[in-house]
Design a protein around this ligand. Sequence first.
Ligand SMILES: *Cc1c(COP(=O)(O)O)cnc(C)c1O
Length: 369
Amino acid sequence: MIPIAKPLIDENEKSRVMEVLDSGMITLGETVREFEKAFANYTGADYSIATSSGTSALHVAMAAAGIGPGDRVLTTPFSFIATANTILYCGGTPVFCDVNGDDFNLNPRSIRKALDEYDNVKAVLIVHIFGQPCDMDEIMEIVDEYGLVLIEDCAQAHGARYKDKHVGTFGLAGTFSFYPTKNMTTAEGGMVITQSEEFFKRLKRIREHGMSKAGAYDYTMLGYNYRMTNIEAAIGLAQLEKLDGFNRKRAENARYYDKNLSDIDWLSIPVVRENRVHCYHQYTLKVQQRDAFAEHLAQNGVGYKVFYPALIPDTHIYRKMGYDGSRYPIARSLTREVISIPVHPGVTVEDREKIVEVIRNFKPLPGEK
Ligand SMILES: *Cc1c(COP(=O)(O)O)cnc(C)c1O
């Protein structure tokens, strides 16, 4: 089976981890700070702090932005559940907006509609889904017009750029995940980047129980233990050096699929909107008869995954809170059509040839959708 994701770890990661283990300084310390600096440098951000996961990165960013009870936060229903959950962690209220049917990202017109409809909107939490940047010009215009806080969930978008500017540097904060399936990994881990020194100081405090100064045991705000370890940072430093190479491989695989699948009338390949660098966290097709197609892939040794089979507002927990995914018809219809195929840097030339051949052999039943 050609897997849908595969972390690529070699001697580089191993020797750096061994160095940290031998040093005896295994949790947050110099290696984490080195990784933070390298990541800020890579994205062009002024400040960065590493955290224990992509979810905790989002949570500290939302908390540091002051999201609390009574605050509404606009976000996408078509994402991993962590995105909206971090609004709930802070006591805020997620308000979902519909997405674009072609690039799966938040639709700026739906954001405007929600702003007309709801009071007390404090922030917009966007997700650069599957590695393609959102419509940043339109979104920045709205954020400026309404004086909103913008947070970018870049968990799937390491290295993605809009008009040559890295995602995560448009808003007050950009957050990343280093889970093993992402474009780079630290096993578990996350990062927040920002251009604001004051915001950076708040992030740092909240990451360590709200402590005013390291070792001071004086707590000025509610915080958590969201530290990254030196062990994880050691993996991250090795992975960051390879990120551009990984992303180049992903783009090559994507170009190959684009070229060899675009003529098929029962599927559509992912669009790449202008002015952006898509980092292909996923290569996501829209297909008719998705379930039969998925079955065909599995039977022929091609791994796949449906991101996402249900909208966040259609999950059990959100339905109990009164949400209903039928209010987002475009996003809802995507959940029945999308399927992601292996595009990661571990996919070889032979793998991708086989994947195209298997896909082209699928025969949809006539007349069925
Ligand atoms: C992976 C992911 C997260 C959460 O990251 P973890 O490191 O798994 O906590 C958040 N948002 C999106 C869009 C993701 O893909």
